[in-house]
Design a protein around this ligand. Sequence first.
Ligand SMILES: C[S@@+](CC[C@H](N)C(=O)[O-])C[C@H]1O[C@@H](n2cnc3c(N)ncnc32)[C@H](O)[C@@H]1O
Length: 283
Amino acid sequence: MPTHHKLIIGNCMSMEEIEDNSVHLMVTSPPYFNAPFDYKGLFKSYGQYLGVLRKAAKEIFRVLQDGRIAVLNIDDMLVNGEKFPIVADATKIFQEAGFRYRDRIIWKKPDGYLRISRRSGVILQNPYPMYFYPDNLLESIIIFQKGKFNYKSISKEVREYSKVNIKELQNNKWYMTLWEMTNVLPGSNLEKDIAAFPEELPYRIIKLFSYKGETVLDPFAGSGTTMKVAKILERNSIGIEIKKSLVPIIREKMGLGNNKSLFDTESTFKVISREKVKYGYIS
Ligand SMILES: C[S@@+](CC[C@H](N)C(=O)[O-])C[C@H]1O[C@@H](n2cnc3c(N)ncnc32)[C@H](O)[C@@H]1O
């Protein structure tokens, strides 16, 4: 099935190019507040960071169709010994934007797959009380819904065509609130310096919460993982990314790099570049 993909280069605090009630699923991983690798010093304050999330949440609510799902992959962030309760704050922000908080899944990474420093090393160096800092192997996947879904709005044909493979669901334990998935390590080819999530994450979410031919939005597109998986799963996609420099990476991921044969001729990929895009934030 040909699919259509739009990449907007701009700040997702506004989604002016996207019509009201036109998106069927939102799945994203917002930037981490002050993560050492990617965004150190990017936000002046935690309040400013939450301000970005608040504006994005309002826009996500506006563009999503009634009954549809918004998924955030997010986690609390430790900065200079202080943990910022991002999961709780983002949940509140999405509720205030009008969403119903529907579920929380914990993503567990394999032991030894840490992306950031090994904090447990502190007590190994100083085996005394008060030196304990655990390694974090978990992230949250929080799921929100805009109103109630009308199951009758989907034709029988599309419903059957998008059927969830129960064997796949059972074998990989998608039915639990604990998802064990391997994360992308920094330095991986197309995800260098981008806190990319593994394809497995949007793969599960897209299969579980959208029908074939529908449109999936990722407002913090990064390397374009969601857009790539949406295409593979025969969904259209819209990505928003503030960093213009990621366009070639996203094109490559979508199969539009040197080896264009990965992108079928009937599908389309369009880049919309807003004028005066700055890599900055409005507080
Ligand atoms: C955690 S990364 C997303 C990674 C993505 N899930 C992937 O698999 O590659 C967050 C991305 O959001 C972008 N970003 C940060 N603030 C933004 C904003 N206000 N609007 C749009 N993109 C933004 C960053 O440049 C970064 O690429």
